[in-house]
Each structure stands twice: as structure tokens, then as C-alpha cells.
Design a protein around this ligand. Sequence first.
Ligand SMILES: NC(=O)c1ccc[n+]([C@@H]2O[C@H](COP(=O)([O-])OP(=O)(O)OC[C@H]3O[C@@H](n4cnc5c(N)ncnc54)[C@H](O)[C@@H]3O)[C@@H](O)[C@H]2O)c1
Length: 278
Amino acid sequence: MAQFRIDGFTVIIGGTGGIGKETGFTFAESGVKGILFADVDGVASANVAEESKQIATNSKYKALSTKIDIADAQSVQEMVDLAVKEFGRIDYCINAAGVDVAEYIPATETSEVDYDRVMDINAKGAFLVGRAVAKIMKEQDPISITLPRHGARNLGRGSIVNVASAMSYGVVPAKLPYATSKHALLGITRALAMDLKGFGIRVNQVSPIWVKTPMFEEECRRVPSMPEVVNKIVPTQRAVAPDEVASAIQYLCGPSAVFVNGSGLLLDAGLLLGPTFA
Ligand SMILES: NC(=O)c1ccc[n+]([C@@H]2O[C@H](COP(=O)([O-])OP(=O)(O)OC[C@H]3O[C@@H](n4cnc5c(N)ncnc54)[C@H](O)[C@@H]3O)[C@@H](O)[C@H]2O)c1
């Protein structure tokens, strides 16, 4: 488990959502020095930051919160400025902010307004965050961690993880803006990784299928057959648990993943491998 210890300062956007909050708690448990929980819901961010203090294992742990609109460059810059002012550096940046489409409708009926809204938050937001955070990471000294049985390991200048979706690789009906945004997100992840690899900054994404969070619960409310669909087509016969996504993010930020860069880590239990005949 030593390889899963994490040391450093973290920013989590979408930090009050199902995946963001669980990732924050996992990081707090893993020994980080501080987390800035940023979300469009500022009040919930403050509550989650407070709650994380009960879970943190680092005696110097510092929890902060702020309101942010990830689709707004100025708002993103203010979040980065706050993190740098309070922490001095950003070692890990987790982008777990995201929205679903307003309506599940065919591409021919999809509105430009909803297309732009989903693309702005799910795709452009990741670019704005990656751009602003990477400028800070590029200027900071690399950090290293000492593993009890393996000695010192250089972690580089930082790690950025985007929470994408299995829809970076496949699509489902009636969700064109969402699927498009997640395909774009894979491109943003890989392009950022390309431009930052020379600086010791890694950029990866996790790409889960349905995750048991408020977003999935809302989908089940809108489409009551969803739990049955998941049970039928997902090999594990259930949605992913938020802690399973958080653990994958923790791995991508940790000392065992120094060689993992530009990856899209699918968490789909093999669903996208293709149809099962038997
Ligand atoms: N739940 C799923 O089935 C599932 C599956 C695959 C991928 N994802 C992706 O995981 C990510 C996290 O989703 P979740 O399941 O935790 O959903 P969630 O709705 O619980 O969390 C999303 C969070 O993003 C925040 N957010 C929305 N708009 C924002 C904005 N403009 N600026 C800042 N924050 C904003 C919300 O307030 C919320 O806290 C999303 O990108 C989602 O697309 C979810």
C-alpha cells in the first residue's frame, strides 16, 4: 500500500460531486498536505472541505473551498491563484466537474444551446483548467517520495487527471453533446500530455461507465429502465462505485504511475470490447 501514499497539494474541481468528493476523501486519507475543493456549488464545497478534515491522515492537512465556474477562464484563474496563495504549489489537479445533456433526444432534435453548454463545461473547462494549472506546475520544483521498500522516487512537477467517461471511446443513443464532449476530452488530455511531458507533468484521464453518483441517479430518474440496462449489459451487473474511480485517480497520481502519461484508463469491466455472443 505504500505506493498509494500521496504527498502534496491537490485541487479538485467538481469537488462536491459523487466522484470529486470521494476522490477528495481518498486523497485526504492517503496523506495529502491539502485540498482545495472547487465547485459551482460554493456552499457544498465548504461543507465537503470541512468534512474532509475528519478523514485526513496528515497532521498538517489544510482544507480549502471555493466557488468556480469551470467554463469561465477568469473563474478558473481565481481558483488557481487561491491555491498558489494558500498552498504555494499544485501537485495534483483532478477535474471531476461535468454535466449531462438537458434532454435525452436524437441528434436531429438537439439544440445548439445545450450542445454549447455541455461542451463548455465538459471539454472547454478541462482545457482552461489544464492551461492555468500547467503554467504553475511548469515553474515549480519536482517532488520525490520515499517508498519504504523501494527508496526515493521522483514524481515530477505534477499530475493532472480528467474524469472523462467510457463515452470517450463509445457512444449511446440520444446524448450527442455529452458523447462529443467526452471524445473531445480525450483529445485535450492527450494534447496536454504531449505538450507537458518534457516538464515532468503527466496528464491522464479515467473513463468509467455508469458510476453510482447523483448524475447517475438523475439518469435513472429520467430513464427508469436504466438500472435494468446496466444490470443486463455491464459484465459486473452493477454501476461503478465512486471509490473505485477515486482509487484509479489515486493510482494515476501516485508513485507507481510515473510511466503512465496521456492514458485514458477505461473502467468498463470490458463492456466496450464488443458484443458477447454466448
Ligand atoms: N455518474 C456517471 O455515471 C458517470 C459516468 C462516467 C463519467 N462521469 C463523469 O464524471 C464526472 C463527475 O460526475 P459525477 O458522476 O460525480 O456527477 P455529479 O453530478 O455528482 O458531480 C458533478 C459535479 O460537477 C459540478 N459542476 C457542474 N457544472 C460545473 C461548473 N460549471 N463548474 C464547476 N463545477 C461544476 C457539479 O456541481 C457537481 O458537483 C463528470 O465529468 C461526469 O461526466 C460520470
